[in-house]
Ligand binder design. Structure first.
Ligand SMILES: Nc1nc2c(ncn2[C@@H]2O[C@H](COP(=O)(O)OP(=O)(O)OP(=O)(O)O)[C@@H](O)[C@H]2O)c(=O)[nH]1
Length: 380
């Protein structure tokens, strides 16, 4: 059960289908910046998830800061089983001015994968579908401190309702085993109290040992991990993947040091098919249903810019602007009218002044004529 890739352990019918089609398996890593997400991906593939000769492609990702969502692919093959493995590395939080929105590209990415799959299903030719729906989302929690931060809770709630969420405590080598156990308990308490939905392995009523294994796996969450691709030598002479300290070596694949092996087994072996199936049956189905309730078959998704809420706001702004322009125009017309009336009044005044000057001039003319007449008749 522990030494083979998951699909080799499947019930026959499903096994047959997966074997014919080859399995697509997509893992996403999410969490604060610098918690070792990229290192974890490299560690996962540096350890023997299957014999190295079976890798058609291996990669070692650079440890520079991830600033955008990165998609990494590898084809794994074991005894005729093909697995197309995709790992999605997301930018860490903490690099943003406004952390509250840091999760939105990640949530959008998850929804976009469901959307893209749904749109392909609605096409007449739907055999060759591109499928990047996330089957497992590992959420990295910073070790130590007071369990989950409000930002962690907010993001985990959103993730848990969309994907199979698996919480992990990063850098387990940086706290003591005792503190680690207490930290894990505190995290479980917050997860329960906040109603965060995390992945639960399936309980099989007919198979007690499988159910017991599922219960044990459940009890381990959140998985503690140590990431390293370095080969180091332990004090007792073993060469292992790990991190070297003055006090000794923190080993990646040692159950006493962290839960890396158990997490890898959950992902790549024991529960791979359940993660794929529950994504299809629960998360994708929930997305599809929610979308079908809000739009017609085949209708494209409402993008943020087409969102009715934004359209409403835009409409309101346009209305307010038109009203303002109208008001200014009326004010201008009033002022113009006032100027015209004033001009007319002044013109009238001017005319009056003009005619009174005219009559005064006439009067003056008459008076001087009279005066001239008087002086000539006096001389005679
Ligand atoms: N002590 C310890 N250090 C680790 C562990 N995993 C990674 N590191 C170190 O932490 C640093 C950051 O690791 P990354 O893998 O780049 O972290 P990241 O989460 O991908 O960072 P972003 O891309 O910024 O989101 C590196 O120096 C790693 O060597 C671990 O398990 N323990």
């Amino acid at each position: 059960m522990t030494n083979e890739i998951g699909i080799a352990n499947l019930p026959n019918q499903r096994h047959k289908i997966v074997n014919q089609q080859g399995a697509h398996f997509t893992i996403m890593v999410v969490g604060e910046s610098g918690l070792g997400k990229t290192t974890f991906i490299n560690t996962l593939f540096a350890t023997e998830i299957c014999a190295p000769r079976n890798y058609r492609q291996r990669w070692a990702k650079q440890l520079d800061k991830t600033t955008e969502i990165e998609v990494l692919k590898a084809d794994l093959e074991e005894r005729g089983f093909n697995i197309k493995l995709t790992v999605i590395d997301t930018p860490g939080f903490g690099d943003y001015v406004n952390n509250r929105d840091s999760w939105s590209p990640i949530i959008d990415f998850i929804d976009d994968q469901h959307e893209s799959y749904m749109r392909q299903e609605q096409q007449p030719h739907r055999k060759e579908k591109q499928d990047m729906r996330i089957h497992a989302c590992l959420y990295f929690v910073k070790p130590g401190g007071h369990a989950l931060k409000p930002l962690d809770v907010e993001i985990m709630k959103r993730l848990g309702s969309r994907v199979n969420l698996i919480p992990v405590v990063a850098k387990a080598d940086t706290i003591t085993p005792e503190d680690l156990q207490n930290f894990k308990i505190k995290i479980r308490e917050v997860i329960n109290a906040q109603g965060i939905k995390i992945y639960t392995p399936p309980m099989d009523a007919d198979d007690e040992s499988a159910s017991e294994h599922a219960r044990q796996t459940q009890a381990i969450m959140p998985f503690s991990i140590i990431g390293s691709t370095q080969d180091v030598t332990t004090p007792d002479g073993r060469v292992v993947k790990g991190r070297e300290y003055l006090w000794g070596v923190a080993e990646v694949e040692n159950d006493e040091h962290c839960d890396f092996k158990k997490l890898r087994s959950l992902l790549i072996r024991t529960y791979m098919l359940d993660l794929i199936a529950s994504t299809e049956e629960n998360h994708y189905e929930a997305y599809r249903l929610a979308q079908m309730e809000t739009r017609k078959f085949g209708e494209p998704k409402v993008r943020k810019i087409d969102n009715p809420k934004y359209r409403e706001e835009e409409e309101m702004l346009r209305k307010r602007f038109t009203e303002q322009v109208k008001l200014e125009e009326a004010r201008f017309r009033q002022w113009e009218q006032h100027l015209i009336t004033e001009r007319d009044r002044l013109n009238k005044d001017l005319e009056q002044a003009h005619s009174s000057i005219k009559s005064l001039e006439n009067e003056l003319e008459q008076m001087s004529a009279y005066h001239r007449q008087g002086s000539t008749s006096g001389r005679r």
